[in-house]
Design a protein around this ligand. Structure first.
Ligand code: SAM
Length: 208
């Protein structure tokens, strides 16, 4: 519920210059358990369903748009989702300053904005500096699941991950047309894109 905003939405701490600084994960969640991030949690279909299905995980949704946070709050209740929290932030390589090294057990990135025009490619989330930061905060063997319905961005994502010394594809055929994930949850955005003929491609990478 939207009225539970104070329960679910946590501030991303910043220093006096507005730079992100490290958060105290223990102060955010009531239980100390594996932490998973969803980057660009959108309208919250995934984090609400997954959080309820896996109460033994802590789930933090990182989302840039406040209207998406509001959409997500409508799907959450403190009773059903004590292990879910949301943080409003624009994710980039500064994520490496926010979470302690090797503190994150896995990451979900579903339909990141593709920024299809070449002049906007620098705005894409998946960049070398971001992957370095992600590698720093992930535990060894932690997995990053990514889906996109944009074939150009799929090729870009694959190239960036394979160029990184910190990640390998879990599968020999790294780009798949079926989810790499047995608990796949179809989000509103995925359903809408499929309806328009843009089927997602799925990739699963592992921190080495
Ligand atoms: C295309 S939607 C997909 C939403 C959701 N993952 C899904 O599959 O339904 C992309 C979402 O990512 C958010 N977003 C885009 N860039 C972001 C960034 N750098 N950091 C955090 N959120 C971002 C947008 O606000 C939007 O909610």
């Amino acid at each position: 519920m939207v009225c539970d905003r104070n329960f679910f939405v946590v501030d991303c701490p910043k220093d006096d210059n507005g730079n992100y600084i490290s958060i105290d994960i223990a102060s955010i969640f009531p239980l100390s358990q594996d932490l998973f991030l969803e980057i660009g949690s959108g309208k919250g279909e995934f984090i609400s369903a997954y959080g309820q299905k896996y109460p033994s995980y802590n789930l933090l949704g990182l989302e840039a748009a406040d209207k998406r946070i509001v959409n997500t709050l409508k799907k959450l209740s403190p009773e059903k989702h004590p292990n879910v929290r949301l943080m409003r932030m624009y994710v980039d390589e500064s994520i490496g300053n926010i979470f302690p090294a090797e503190s994150v057990s896995g990451v979900f990135i579903q339909h990141p904005d593709p920024w299809p025009k070449r002049k906007h490619h620098r705005r894409r989330l998946i960049q070398p500096a971001f992957l370095n930061s992600l590698a720093r905060i992930l535990k060894p063997d932690a997995q990053v699941q990514i889906s996109t319905d944009h074939s150009g961005y799929a090729a870009w994502i694959l190239e960036e991950f394979l160029a990184s010394p910190c990640f390998v594809s879990v599968y020999n055929d790294p780009v798949r047309i079926h989810s790499t994930f047995e608990d796949h949850i179809t989000t509103w955005f995925e359903a809408e894109q499929r309806r328009q003929g843009f089927d997602p491609q799925f990739m699963l990478f592992k921190r080495i």
